[in-house]
Structure formats: structure tokens, C-alpha cells
Design a protein around this ligand. Sequence first.
Ligand code: ADP
Ligand code: MG
Length: 482
Amino acid sequence: MLERSISLFPEMEISDKTRFNNHLPETTDKKATELWDKCLEFIEDNVDKQVFVTWFKPIRAKKWSEEKLTILVPSQWFYEWIETHYYDLLQKTIEKIIGQGAKLQYEVVVEENKKASESKTILLPGLKYPINNIVKQEKPFNSNLNSRYAFENFVVGDCNQLAYSAAMAVSNAPGETRFNPLFIYGGTGLGKTHIIQAIGNKIIREHPNKKVLYTNSERFTIDFINAIQNNKVHEFAALYRDVDVLIVDDIQFLTGKEKTQDHFFHTFNDLYQSKKQLIFASDRSPKELTDIDARLISRFQWGLIADIHQPDFETRLAIIKRKSEDEGIDIPLNVLEFIAGNVKSSVRELEGALIGLLAKITFDKRELSIELAKEVIFGSSDFEDNSLISIDEIKKAVSSKLKITIELMESKGRKHEVAFARQMAIYLAKQFTDLSLKQIGASFGGRDHSTVLHSCQAIENYLATDRSARKIYEELVNQLKR
Ligand code: ADP
Ligand code: MG
């Protein structure tokens, strides 16, 4: 059993089995596994390796029925963590990979005793917001807002002061200030989505009768195209014109989509004339938006344009301090300063560094130190940048260390020593080469990518529980790096 050296989350001191998901019952539903594997591929491309390994790999698919994918997670807090931190990503993944209308449901394993066969599962509701096609929306009105974005957890500094003040003013009196439309722009990961959603959340909290709709321009485009195809342009238009506050994120994706722009233009005019609040975010200023109708550009400039820049050191420090406090973890000032001093490009990266740090102290039981922060930020030398190592070298190294021939490793042999050597080689290949799961599987006797994932998981379980396995692994890593 894993024990924590530091208690990060007092409420999370429930059995921590994220690395022990071999306790999770094996899945029998092939379709569910297939869908979830596809989701995993997409997720892997969209999160840091550390995040992926910590929060997504341990999940098992359970069942697919009636457009609902049920996944099995190791504990209640695990479920809460991914719902709080990766809700958007999960929603996007499910929509993209499985399709609109699909839903996600969780089952949490509640262990009664150590045997998997006796563990119980409870069902949790899954994604907070139903993934509906906006056109089909029925009561109650779905704002599409994520409640995690609030002014209360937004740190204000020089970089976002103007945007923040305008956002506050707008949320206090939507449609009644000069800031209409409010157009916020800035580089990625700087808090645009956070701030415009915070406006929406504050409005629905303080003016419950107001209809707020958050969308992004890609979503708008897709819904528009669907509406055309299904002869529902009228309903589509009615939905948008019925809102009091329209928030459209990532306006830049409207570029080049003339017909959608035209429709957007009319929506804008109608709402504006009825004194409804319009809020936009974009990765560049209106002037820099190319391939967008000049009429729209000029309308974007009617109200207030506020940019968000990269945070300075003090703001970065305040953000990372604030976020670590929110996670309930006490990080020494020198470590906070080190992070703030070295992660400069965006708030999203700051968050990534913090999560990486959390994972290391939680799962690897490491001491909080500048050294550790360094490893997280610059990549521990045993992960990135080792693509010079070939899969053949890995097989050779494993073969000579464990005294199992390469031929046997590639065979179907299931003896423990053989399987262990194969899994170790696969795990190392996943870490040290740029090969895809499929390619790695292929080079081990034509195995499929789920076998590769399973092997990696198996080794991780060994590394967490078995000292001699850990030693073998470390020696192999050292040898390969030489
Ligand atoms: P953008 O939309 O500009 O790409 P996001 O709004 O998605 O960026 O922000 C990236 C992450 O950083 C989010 O998790 C967000 O909550 C967080 N974040 C950004 N700015 C701040 C801030 N000033 N205070 C607290 N969190 C922030
Ligand atoms: Mg955004």
C-alpha cells in the first residue's frame, strides 16, 4: 500500500490506489475499451506526460451502452480531482471521439478488502453538464459555464488589471456599461477563458433570471452547420437571440468561415440592439484578425478592447502561491520563487508545474525542494530528450540484464520472467523513444496498443511496490543514458 510522506489532501486519505489499478476489475466490454483507448490517445496528446500517467492511465473502461461510457476510477477523490481539473478536456474528448450526445459516467471502486472480486462500485453522475447539441437544448437553460472559473480564484496583476476591471463592471451591470462588446485578447494560457467565464458565473449567480450562454466560435460554427443540415437554422438563431449575455471564446476560429461570420454578424446586431451584453475572447486583437468580415471587426471595436499579457514575476508568484494554497499544500517560499522565476510563459504552464510537483510528492514520496521543482520544470533527465535511444538498444539492454533472449521477449511466452522482461522493455521504449504505442506493440511480436499500455501499467505497479524491480529499472535507465 502506498503511503504518503506528506498529507496533501486531508480529505483524500482514502485508500490511494491510483497506481494499483491492477486491483480494478478487468474490463469485459470490448467496445468500451476500444472507445476509451481512443479517448486516451486524444488525451495523451493534450496533457503533459506526468498528468497523463497520473490521472488518466489508471482509469479503466467499464461499459458502453445507450450512448453512455462508464469508466472505472480507483477512488472518490480521484474522481473529484479529474472532474475538477480535467472536466473541459474530458468533455472535449468525449465529444470529439465518441460524438455529441455521448455521456460519461464514473464508477468508483470502494474497497472492502484487498481482493478485487470483493470490491464494490458506486455510480457517480459524471460530467457536470450534459453534452448536448446546443440546438437541441431544452430547459433548464444550459449556460455551458464551468463553475470552476470565478473572480474569487482569479489573481489580478498588472498583466490583466484592465481586463479584470472591465469584466467586473460588465458582470455587475450586464448590457448597461460602455463595455459592450467587451473584447479580451492575449496569448494562450493567460486567463482569457477564465475571466470571461467568471463574468458569466457571476451574472447567473447574482441575476438568476438572466440567460447567459457561453460558447466558442468553433462550437458556434459546428452548431450552425448542423442547423443548416437539419433545417433548423431558425431554432438555432432563436436560441442565440434569446440570451441576455452571449460569451464567445476563441473568436479567431471564425477566420475564413464566411457564412458563419455572416450569421454571427446578424446575431451580434440583434443582441446589441436589444442592449444585450456581448463578450468575446481572442488570441489576437481585432485588427490582427485576418479573413474576418470588416463589418464584424469594426463591431468588435465598438466597446472596450482589453489585452492580457504575460504575468510579471510578482504576479506569477502570487498565482502559484494562491493555487498551492487552494490545493491545500504548503510549499516553501524559495520553491515558489524558483517556480515563478522559471515558468514564465503562461499561467497554464504554472499550473502544470504545480501539478507535476504534486504528483511527485504524492506518488513518488519525494521531498519538496528546489531540486524537485527543477526536475519538474526542466524534465527529469530520465524522461524527455532521450529519443536518441533506439528500441533495439533497449531490447538488448533488457535482454542482457534479465537474461532473457530478445526472441523470447518478442514471443508469446507468458512465463513470469519473460513477461516481466517484455513489459520492462516496452515501458522503457515508451519512455525513451518517440515511437507510437502501435509501433512499439508491433516491434514486440505484433501486440496491440492496449497491451503496450497494460505493460506500462504493470511496470509502474512494480516500481511502486517492488524494490528489486525499481533497482533493475534504475540500472537500466542509467545504462541506456550512457
Ligand atoms: P486562455 O483562455 O487565455 O488560453 P485560460 O483561461 O484557459 O487561458 O487559463 C489557463 C489556466 O490558467 C486556467 O486553469 C486558469 O484558471 C488559470 N489562470 C489564468 N489566469 C489566471 C489568474 N490570473 N489567476 C488564477 N488562475 C489563472
Ligand atoms: Mg481559452
